[in-house]
Design a protein around this ligand. Structure first.
Ligand code: CAA
Length: 393
């Protein structure tokens, strides 16, 4: 498996980098401070094809591979993780799941608008009492014959107020536990959908996070994704890919903090020389660079495995676990390298440190990733080394 980028992949990376520098960097501090949703920037991301990168051109998407998506996520996350979470949810949790498991009618009706950014999507799994323990869904989708009647509350929903389309996981048959859960396409415009207050968050503050209430919402049967009871499998399978997106986000946050720390360490002098020439600082940069490169290999590998049609769920969990832990460590160190300047908003690294924290929490906490990995170990599905020809070690 090699990671030598094709000309197309290099072009995607370059385009994302330019876009982030030119369009996201100006105003990023203000949007974070004031919790201002990046409306214009999201519109531009849609125009540039960043919101439906892996969707087939037949449905308005870019038809790109997962590695291209990861490269774009990495570059955009270096500058603005609020924009990259909007992008990640739309690409990997909403568009990907709809294209993979939706009916032709569902794709015609919803996917084209989502992949072009004309509409934004939300993935509604978490609940006030079902975060890590996602099988404990309390939102009910009662089968009424021609439609489902949905009642319940979803929490911490990214794109919560902006999303026109919600993919909602809800329990239709409690006795069947997770096998009684359905995934439903719910339009924000459906009667009975209401949006809670915007969350005031530590990081990714410009992204739009809300709870959503469903009260006697009638959802037509044709809006169910997959067979009756497929909803939990849908959510988990979709999240496997989502975790690659968040791993790429974490990688980008870490790499962004590293680039700033390196620049600062070369410019700032103390005791008569650039601080990069003090071993105390140089070794920090050495550790950051090494860990980021290791995270990058795990993330790219998970993306390649997905593109090759291999089972990538453990690889995605490893990538997300390592990249998000690396993002946290690297951003803390980047603040330290900046000293007092690192503690003020102007220098960006304190924001990256706040943004890094969520990558250890959403789309499965670090503890859940360890659970997934340890279960794979217990089942004898050991991790395959980089040079493996497909045989288990
Ligand atoms: N891929 C495919 N299928 C999976 C899976 C995976 N990664 N993990 C579990 N499943 C399947 C199992 O095979 C099983 O199916 P069968 O019964 O058909 O065999 C079913 O799901 C139930 O699995 P378990 O028996 O292992 O259930 P569990 O309760 O012991 O563990 C869990 C489930 C792994 C802990 C799961 O609940 C989980 O991943 N929790 C974390 C939830 C999460 O990631 N939430 C993120 C919210 S979305 C978000 O954050 C978006 C955002 O805004 C940015």
């Amino acid at each position: 498996m090699d990671f030598i980028l094709t000309e197309d992949q290099k072009a995607v990376k370059e385009a994302a980098r330019d876009f982030a520098q030119n369009e996201l960097l100006p105003g990023v501090i203000d949007r974070d401070r004031d919790m201002v949703y990046p409306t214009e920037q999201v519109r531009m991301m849609g125009e540039m094809g960043f919101l439906g990168m892996m969707v087939s051109p037949k449905y308005g998407g870019g038809g790109m591979d997962t590695l291209s998506y990861v490269l774009a996520m990495e570059e955009i996350s270096k500058i603005d993780a609020s924009c990259s979470v909007i992008m990640s949810v739309n690409n990997s949790l909403v568009c990907w799941g709809l294209e993979k498991f939706g009916t032709e009618e569902q794709k015609q009706k919803y996917l084209t608008k989502l992949s072009t950014g004309e509409q934004i999507g939300a993935f509604c799994l978490s609940e006030p009492e079902a975060g890590s323990d996602a099988t404990s869904q309390r939102t009910i989708a009662e089968d009424m014959g021609g439609h489902y009647l949905v009642n319940g509350t979803k929490n911490w929903i990214t794109n919560g107020n902006k999303a026109a389309i919600h993919l909602v996981m809800a329990q239709s048959n409690k006795e069947l536990k997770h096998k009684g859960i359905n995934a439903l396409i719910v339009e924000k415009a459906f009667s009975g959908v209401s949006i809670g207050a915007k969350e005031d968050k530590l990081g990714i503050r410009a992204s739009d996070t809300h709870s959503i209430m469903y009260s006697d919402v009638q959802v037509p049967k044709e809006n169910r994704i997959g067979d009756d009871g497929f909803g939990f499998k849908f959510a988990m399978t979709t999240l496997n890919g989502g975790r690659i997106g968040i791993a790429a986000q974490a990688l980008g946050i870490a790499a962004g903090a590293y680039e700033l720390a390196l620049k600062y360490a070369q410019e700032r002098t103390s005791f008569g020389k650039p601080i990069m020439n003090h071993q105390a600082i140089a070794f920090k940069l050495a550790d950051m660079a090494t860990e980021i490169e290791a995270a990058r290999l795990l993330v790219y590998r998970a993306a390649r495995m997905k593109d090759l049609g291999m089972d990538f769920s453990t690889a995605a969990a490893m990538a997300k676990l390592f990249a998000s832990e690396t993002a946290m460590k690297t951003t803390i160190e980047a603040v330290q390298v900046h000293g007092g300047y690192g503690y003020v908003k102007e220098y960006h690294v304190e924001r990256l440190m706040r943004d890094a924290k969520i990558t250890q929490i959403y789309e499965g906490t670090s503890e859940i990733q360890r659970l997934v990995i340890s279960r794979a170990i217990l089942k004898g599905e050991l991790y395959q080394p980089m040079m493996s020809n497909g045989q288990k070690v």
